[in-house]
Design a protein around this ligand. Structure first.
Ligand code: AHR
Length: 765
């Protein structure tokens, strides 16, 4: 039996905003995802900047004469449109949506288009799939101006492979732009709205806040790609489309107005993130700052965002918000400045100037600064340093770490400085969608909740991913054009969020099931080359020399036969990259049990041949064990590598040409795989105990109070199953179920997350 004791009399006030959601247009989350528009490339504004080979007619097939034009466009923001027909033969453009248009019988779809023609023209519009076909005729009146036309489709068929055709008869010519097909059923019926089922799945998380628009999308690949909010509001044709850092196109159909409106609809406080005057550090050539002479204008743009969200109708931006249909303020409280940027002098300058301006003009806004891409390392240290120096109220940490790391770091926030900035764990996840991942995240969440006075906000990332169109896996919710597939990780987020509170109550745990990681086994050594052909000679493993070999790009891991290695050993080799791409090449030296889910890999030239890093695979999840140290492989140069594994495998070092390049000492901290927290919501009086058992051992938890007052369990929800179940792109294999324990005991299976609402009777005299 495990005893969990709650101290009901020592509440610690915590952030009521703790559990939120992170939305970024990654994995086709916006166009073709949350945004309900069914036509892809509706404004003919795709370019090769979005993706090589793409252009104005990407997503369309054509028949007859179709010209891409840019004279007298509908809007300068999106200068291309099409002219179809040449007055002699009929012509047509056909759009297949985002991999097929999904229509359902009984639903209505609004077709709209901007058109211009010199003669009266009848447009033949067709919505068709193998199951059926609907047509509409739209009469375009002759005139020099662009005019919007509409027709409604009520198909009697349903399918995910429909196509939309727009045609003219022989003798007619027409200019077309912003060709749209929008379901009438959208989330909360809002115009230009969200796909209902996907939006609902986010609403069902009960997020206290919603972060948007990223992620890396916020700061963009290059200055011209920074996400600039004013270009995303107002009439659709006047929005500034842009390429997406994840390799596709952003129509900006969901823009700042829609984000704010969605937040309001799901009762999530908005947390927009604007660039801190610097673009993404992964921009070729490195991060670039907004030039000095543009900084005043950029500063003003950031301040204008606050006015757009909160200003009354006498203000310029507040009145524009009213014109867009929302006179009431959106109640902006948080504003993110920067996203996991490289923290250097230039960043400090730009961030410092914008931060000072917001503080001066809008002291009521809580600015969220940034502390790098990892929960440790140079940017993390420098970001925290800057945050403390400037008095930034909240800093955004990011943490994509394997379950092992999360289990070892349940107490990460126990000792965080309570006098400095608070934490926003803005992006986190444990690198997988199995139940073990969800359990690790749940356990880590108990640590954040216990420290909810210093961890003010937290959001799993990324939120959405379209099956077949991902750039980042794992994600919280997968979807295709007709289904929504929430993961086990989603259920964990929801269990915490729906029972969140504003007080954390101290919890102690006695006799919890324990977990011990088996000692490492060193059975194999392997080499893998990526982007290079590598000639390896003089390979010596634990003193035994082996044959030299050539490792080719993309041929996978080449194993070198070795006996079972002792816990302290060295691997030595000389290597030369004889051919390949110095922009992306690397050589990995792997060791451990390569047939199991536990191994290590020194990677020379990881991160586009920029660093040397140790990766650890634990429980099957690959993760960086330590920050990378700058290191690049030059083609044609010979390197002498020595890898040392010492202290029973606890210490490993990488030496190149006699110089220590990088090293790692596994803290071998215990992995606490049983975790608990308790939260009270003072407005409803609800008190919830969270019990996370990531060991395979079942236990009965006896709930007690520190004062001795008897506890009764009112009910609860439990998620339990196989630790290995669950995978990306698949629906969660199981979901939380109700439990009705009686008295003060709760049955907690091995591998489970349990939420129980408790009431404590008054202590006996
Ligand atoms: O969540 C996916 C990406 O991870 C975000 O865009 C970026 O901030 C981080 O690197």
């Amino acid at each position: 039996m495990t005893i969990v004791t709650v101290d009901l009399d020592d509440p610690r006030p915590i952030s009521p905003d703790l559990w939120g959601a992170f939305f970024e247009d990654i994995n086709c989350s916006a166009d073709g995802g949350l945004y309900a528009e069914l036509v892809r490339n509706r404004s003919f504004d795709f370019t090769s900047q979005d993706r090589p080979g793409w252009g104005p007619l990407t997503g369309w097939t054509t028949r007859g004469l179709v010209q891409v034009r840019s004279d007298s466009p509908l809007s300068p923001a999106s200068p291309t449109y099409v002219r179809i027909g040449d007055g002699s033969t009929s012509a047509e453009i056909v759009n297949e949506g985002f991999g097929g248009i999904t229509v359902a019988a009984g639903e209505s779809y609004v077709f709209s288009v901007y058109a211009r023609a010199t003669n009266d023209v009848d447009l033949d519009v067709t919505l068709a799939c193998s199951e059926g076909r609907s047509t509409a005729s739209v009469a375009i009146a002759a005139g020099p101006d662009w005019v919007r036309y509409e027709a409604v489709f009520n198909p009697t068929f349903g399918d995910g492979s429909a196509r939309l055709g727009v045609a003219v008869q022989a003798g007619d010519t027409v200019d077309l732009d912003l060709v749209s097909l929008f379901p009438q059923r959208v989330f909360r019926g809002s115009p230009n709205g969200m796909r209902e089922d996907l939006a609902q799945s986010i609403a069902d998380l009960s997020p206290r806040f919603l972060r948007f628009p990223g992620g890396c999308v916020a700061h963009g690949l290059g200055l011209s790609n920074m996400y600039r909010w004013p270009g995303t509001i107002g009439p659709l044709q006047d929005r500034r489309p842009d390429s997406n850092i994840w390799g596709y196109h952003q129509s900006m159909g969901i823009g700042y107005f829609e984000y704010f409106r969605f937040c309001e609809q799901i009762a999530a406080t908005p947390l927009p993130v604007v660039p801190a005057g610097v673009c993404c550090q992964n921009t070729p050539g490195g991060p670039q700052p907004v030039p000095d002479h543009d900084m005043d204008a950029y500063l003003q743009e950031v301040l204008d965002l606050v006015e757009f969200a909160n200003g009354d109708e006498t203000t310029r931006w507040g009145s524009l918000r009213g014109e867009l249909g929302h006179p009431a303020p959106f109640g902006l409280r948080y504003l993110g400045l920067g996203n996991e940027d490289q923290i250097d002098d230039v960043f400090e300058d730009r961030f410092g100037r914008i931060f000072a301006a917001i503080r001066r003009e809008y002291p009521e806004i809580t600015v969220v600064g940034t502390a790098g891409p990892q929960p440790f390392g140079e940017d993390y240290d420098r970001g925290w340093d800057l945050g403390r120096r400037l008095g930034v109220p909240v800093l955004d940490e990011h943490c994509y770490k394997a379950p092992k790391w999360l289990f070892q770091n349940l107490h990460r926030y126990d000792d965080y400085d309570r006098t400095g900035p608070a934490v926003y764990l803005g992006e986190y996840g444990s690198r997988g969608n199995t139940f073990l991942n969800a359990l690790a995240e749940a356990a880590f969440m108990t640590g954040m909740e216990r420290n909810g006075d210093v961890v003010r906000l937290a959001s799993y990332a990324p939120l959405l991913a379209k099956v077949g169109s991902t750039q980042w896996v794992p994600d919280l919710i997968y979807f295709d054009s007709s289904d929504v597939l929430p993961s086990l990780n989603y259920h964990v987020q929801q269990l915490f969020s729906e029972t969140g509170g504003d007080e954390s109550l101290p919890v102690s745990v006695l006799a919890a099931p324990v977990y011990e990681r088996p000692a490492p086994r060193y059975r194999h050594v392997g080499l893998r080359a990526d982007g290079f052909t590598v000639d390896c000679g003089w390979i010596t493993i634990a003193g035994a020399a082996t044959d030299s070999l050539v490792v080719d790009d993309g041929t996978g891991v080449q194993r070198i036969a070795t006996p079972l290695l002792p816990h302290d050993f060295t691997i030595e080799l000389d290597f030369t990259a004889v051919a390949g791409d110095p922009e992306r090449g690397s050589l990995a030296v792997l060791f451990g049990d390569l047939d199991s889910a536990e191994s290590w890999e020194w990677n020379l030239g990881t991160w586009m041949n920029r660093t040397a890093t140790l990766f650890e695979v634990s429980d099957g999840f690959r993760d960086e064990a330590c920050p990378g140290i700058p290191f690049s492989i030059e083609v044609g140069r010979r390197y002498a590598v020595r890898i040392e594994v010492r202290d029973g495998g606890r210490v490993t070092e990488l030496h190149v040409d006699g110089r220590l390049v990088n090293g790692y000492e596994d803290p071998r901290s215990p992995e606490e795989r049983f975790a608990a927290s308790c939260v009270r919501d003072t407005s409803s009086g609800r008190t919830t105990v969270r019990l996370v058992n990531a060991t395979g051992t079942a236990t009965t938890v006896q709930l007690e109070t520190r004062s001795g007052a008897p506890v009764s369990v009112l009910g609860g929800r439990q998620l339990s199953g196989d630790a290995g179940a669950g995978a990306p792109f698949e629906p969660a294999p199981f979901a939380p179920h109700e439990i009705r324990p009686t008295g003060s005991g709760v049955t907690v299976p091995g591998f489970s997350v349990t939420m129980v609402e408790i009431a404590a009777e008054s202590a006996a005299p």
